[in-house]
Design a protein around this ligand. Structure first.
Ligand code: SF4
Ligand code: SF4
Length: 439
């Protein structure tokens, strides 16, 4: 794609990076076929190619964002399916991130939208605030029918999430030979609504012979996708500093993420801080060590299988941030199979389930359509359980799946000596279903 940025514009490193990305696009349109919003809405401006064009016009002419640009950029899930498809290597992720920051700087959103985005950014990175917000939401639920769509979606999401018992907070010495030392990204929302995921991860890693150091705090991804750069930057900087201290202190074989959205973001710290003289090298080192939990386990080795765990049929839902963001596709399936489960593929596996961070709150209509489409494909697998590597997808799919939706590590932990996943236990609440014996 030809661009016409002025020399003075290209002195800005963000614009210079986006110009390089834009130049790679050859307008071929291959990406449109695998873009969930184009598949649903059929509008070129809701395709990657259309959005790239809108962003180019906005940045090149140094224009404030218009309502039209904001509408189509907001509808993008950042699922990155387009990056998997693109034959020219267009780094759409960095381009849309830049567009979102430009929108935040130059566009005044309607009041409700501003309030909602500010509330999400204020609450989600902080577990105590998430806990308080979930408690408040319980009181607000009776008013849901008279609220605007996005607020209704937020209350619906709070109904589908379950604050649970305390999270994992520290490491302990392992029994037997130590095979690795890893840091686990504890995360934010996940520690409140599904602490069992971190607990299963630690048990599994320790059983595999790894010493686990738990590093708390939000990675900044949720706020980053809202375009709120200063807050996202501060959250990420804090975690980079602490991870780097572990890296050069006790030494780390890997930094482990068990929420693929966080993993994708942490793997991008090197890029995000590339122009920061204080943090560039540290961030690059952190990114280079970051692994999804299934990548780490593939290296360390899965512990031996325990006796008596049923060999269930598992529909594996590959989160977008896992398959498109990190290109981690084979490891989760291989590990599930090695643990004794029968892995079944979900048709249209490349399409997003509609969760996408805060997307299901901010774009509820599209998110619901994508969820229904995904659930219909899940049902066709006739699997007994759905496994995925991202807590957002679990929350999005659990309410309507008809079978339990669990994190991949919960199944691997169970198969190697841990307890059954919470959603598979008798009497599991919202999102959990008892196992169907015929599957
Ligand atoms: S990130 Fe996903 S929704 Fe956005 S343009 Fe690419 S394929 Fe479409
Ligand atoms: S597939 Fe790549 S090169 Fe082709 S239109 Fe899409 S982004 Fe541009």
């Amino acid at each position: 794609m030809q661009t016409r940025f002025a020399e003075r514009q290209l002195a800005d490193p963000e614009l210079a990076a986006s110009e390089q990305i834009l130049r790679k696009c050859v307008h071929c349109g291959f990406c449109t076929a695998t873009c969930p919003t184009y598949v649903l809405l059929g509008d070129e401006l809701d395709s990657p190619r259309g959005r790239i064009y809108l962003i180019k016009e906005m940045l090149e002419h140094d224009r404030p964002a218009t309502a039209e640009v904001v509408r189509h950029v907001d509808r993008c899930l950042s699922c990155l399916s387009c990056m998997t498809t693109c034959p020219s290597g267009v780094h759409y992720q960095h381009l849309i991130d830049h567009a979102r920051v430009h929108i935040e700087r130059t566009y005044t959103r309607p009041l409700l939208d501003r309030w909602l985005r500010a509330a999400l950014a204020f609450v989600l990175p902080y577990p105590k605030r998430v806990r308080a917000a979930l408690a408040l939401a319980a009181f607000a639920r009776p008013f849901a029918p008279v609220l605007p769509g996005s607020l209704r979606a937020m209350l619906d999401l709070s109904r589908r999430t379950r604050p649970a018992a305390a999270s994992v907070s520290s490491s302990r010495p392992i029994a037997g030979t130590k095979r690795a030392r890893v840091a686990l990204l504890e995360g934010c929302v996940q520690t409140v609504i599904a602490p069992e995921i971190n607990a299963a991860t630690v048990r599994l890693l320790e059983r595999a012979g790894a010493e686990v150091v738990v590093v708390g705090g939000c990675c900044g991804a949720l706020v980053h996708h809202l375009g709120q750069e200063p807050r996202a930057h501060a959250l990420a900087a804090s975690i980079v500093e602490r991870l780097h201290a572990e890296l050069i202190g006790g030494g780390l074989d890997a930094i482990v993420a068990n929420a693929s959205g966080c993993g994708t973001h942490a793997k991008d710290y090197g890029y995000l801080f590339r122009n920061d003289p204080l943090l560039a090298a540290k961030a690059a080192a952190v990114s280079a060590k970051t692994r999804d939990i299934t990548e780490a386990l593939a290296t360390i080795g899965l512990p031996p299988r325990a006796a008596g765990v049923p060999q269930l049929a598992v529909a594996y839902h590959s989160a977008c941030s896992m398959q498109h963001g990190q290109k981690v596709d084979a490891e989760p399936r291989r590990l599930l199979a090695a643990a004794g489960f029968e892995v079944r593929e979900i048709a249209e596996g490349h399409l997003c389930c509609g969760s996408a961070g805060t997307y299901n709150v901010l774009q509820p209509e599209i998110a619901v359509r994508l969820r229904e489409r995904k659930l219909a494909n899940v049902a066709r697998t006739h699997a007994a359980v759905v496994a995925t590597g991202n807590v957002g997808c679990i929350t999005q799919l659990a309410a309507g799946a008809g079978v339990p939706v669990v994190h991949t590590v919960e199944l691997l932990d169970w198969a190697t000596g841990g307890p059954p996943p919470r959603a598979l236990q008798p009497g599991a609440g919202a999102g959990g279903r008892e196992l169907r014996a015929d599957r």
